[in-house]
Design a protein around this ligand. Sequence first.
Ligand code: HXC
Length: 266
Amino acid sequence: MSELPAYKTIIVTKIDNSAGLKVGQIQFNRPDVLNALNIELMGELLDALQKFDKDGETGCIIITGSAKAFAAGADIKEMATQSAIDMHIRDQFAVWDKIRKIKKPVIAAVSGFALGGGCELSMACDMIVAAESAKFGQPEIKLGVIPGAGGTQRLTRAIGKARAMEMILTGRMYSAREMYEAGLVSRLADDEVFIEEAVALAKEIASMPPIALQMAKDSILKAFDTTIEGGLEYERKAFYLLFASEDMKEGMGAFVEKRKPKWKGK
Ligand code: HXC
């Protein structure tokens, strides 16, 4: 991915990382509608994610919005006139299944509103770094619907049944600090520096051996859809598999030889 594609609804950049691979950044760019997630934006987001996922220069991906909004949800104006059958035929949320298949670590850097599909998208990422001003909510109930892209499932797993019930049944907004304390957000930062914090975290991750990163992400996600026994077995197999990688030989060799490892991503 030497040339970054030009998109209409997102801006993609690559951030250099002297300690390792680059960080791919995707920024939503529909400021007039608080980055509402329309079909075009979701298509471009998936395309950029898949390109970064395949790109040998990229180690970690950041998704971010603007100061006022990460994303204020699915585009209500685009959905408002649809029938159930339109929704079924168009199946616009199917794109989310493909986002889930991205192998590289993805960080949501959230400032301002993360509502509805915006909150769900942040949860579909692997970690959330939030600015103090961020506001999370699942207001779909106020529109006569419910979260449709993982909110009832991911939120419940992240913050527990009672808090997820309150959040989804009232449609209320919650502060970044509340969500940090509830365990949804992994890092809270001042508004002025939150993006630097997210980039620093992404760079740190991008300096790790790529195959091990992917195996670690895959094993952690496995914890959400298997028994403890199945998950432990899966983890063990992934651990053994890493002994086939050149990076495993390099990592352990470098430790023994007291030098810095040089990762190959193989
Ligand atoms: C389309 C939206 C939008 C949305 C805001 N806008 N959110 N357009 N879809 N989700 C538009 C407004 O219509 C307005 O356009 C402009 O953005 C600025 O918004 P305001 O409301 O004027 O801003 P403000 O008063 O600051 O209020 C901010 C807000 C409010 C609290 C975030 O915009 C709001 O409640 N938005 C809807 C949030 C929501 O219900 N999200 C869930 C969507 S359903 P104009 O043209 O009037 O200037 C969903 C289902 C998920 O996400 C399913 C899976 C993907």
